[in-house]
Design a protein around this ligand. Structure first.
Ligand code: GUN
Length: 311
């Protein structure tokens, strides 16, 4: 079997097409576009790429995107002061502080920052109030990556109710909210992590397997039940020639990319899984674009709710 590729770019484009006229309607009614404040602290190269994509996409759908880039030496107090200013702003409907924050800000910095964001503007769905609302299946702003994955499953005709779902990874950003969303849609969910015994065996029981561990090509064919839907959340850059040559056959597009750029982007799922899975998200072009499309949607939702209804 060769897996059907789940085209994240196409689904994200469909979501943006749905959101764009609603943003235009809000803008006409409110006399201003929904506003998204993005805070990027430090020099993490991947974060810069993500934020650039979020900014571009936001502007393309008609949001007002207000990007604050702060140097790595910024203090936590300065970041919090900016977040409080955005909380008070009438014209900022959504606030996003890109994770990870620089390690120098301390282990608790992210928690403190996410605790400070006004839950009504928390378009990442990371604040404890919004996480609690998700746990209780109440109306909330939900984390964009897992919300995007649910959209992808639904729009690709992959049944969730009654399915066995296995989520590898228990992060606050992906693993935990993913497990909750699948459970709320009546999947039978198992969450795996670094201490799970027989991880491959547990994963191979899944009809829906979500890999969110951040380890390049970790999920190999023995993790996958034939015909399963496999969702790859990983974004890992590898620059080791021997590894690249072990993963990708000679003459393949990825090998050519490696020769050109000196590195390739891979997911948490090994490409050999395409021979076993029924459906698979590519990296890049799978989950990533959906995360951004859901951020657009959450920002619009936050704007409409703040304006009291549909704007
Ligand atoms: N870092 C990786 N993914 C995300 C995300 O969805 N939101 C934020 N704020 N930071 C991230």
């Amino acid at each position: 079997m060769t897996a059907r590729l789940l085209d994240g770019n196409a689904i994200a484009s469909a979501i943006r097409d749905e959101v764009r006229p609603r943003i235009a309607a809000f803008t006409a009614r409110a006399g201003r576009a929904p506003g998204l404040g993005i805070v990027l602290v430090g020099d993490d190269p991947a974060s810069h790429v993500y934020v650039r994509n979020k900014t571009r996409s936001g502007m393309e759908v008609g949001l007002h995107v207000d990007l604050h880039q702060l140097p790595a030496a910024t203090s936590l107090d300065e970041v919090l002061a900016l977040v409080r200013r955005l909380n008070r702003s009438e014209t900022h409907d959504g606030i996003l502080v890109q994770s990870p924050l620089p390690p120098a800000l301390g282990d608790e910095a992210e928690r403190v920052v996410f605790d400070t964001i006004d839950p009504a503007k928390d378009v990442d769905g990371f604040s404890p109030g919004n996480v609690g609302r998700l746990v209780q299946k109440r109306e909330t702003l939900a984390a964009c990556t897992p919300a995007g994955i649910m959209e992808m499953l639904d729009r690709s005709g992959i049944p969730v109710a009654g399915a066995r779902a296995v989520v590898i990874g228990r992060s606050d950003i992906v693993g935990k909210p993913m497990a909750l969303m699948l459970m709320h849609r009546d999947a039978t969910v198992t969450v795996c992590h670094s201490k799970t015994k027989d991880l491959a065996g547990v994963a191979a029981s899944a009809d829906i397997l979500v890999a969110a561990i951040g380890r390049a090509c970790f999920v190999t064919r023995d993790f996958v039940k034939p015909g399963a839907a496999v969702v790859d959340v990983g974004m890992n850059r590898i620059d080791d020639r021997a590894r690249v040559e072990a993963i990708f056959p000679e003459g393949s597009k990825r090998r050519q990319q490696f020769e050109k750029n000196g590195s390739v982007l891979v997911g948490d799922v090994h490409p050999e899984v395409a021979e076993i899975a029924g459906a698979l998200t590519p990296v890049p072009g799978g989950v990533g674009p959906l995360t951004i499309a859901m951020l657009m949607k959450n920002t619009l939702t936050a704007a409409e709710r703040r304006a009291g209804g549909a704007g």
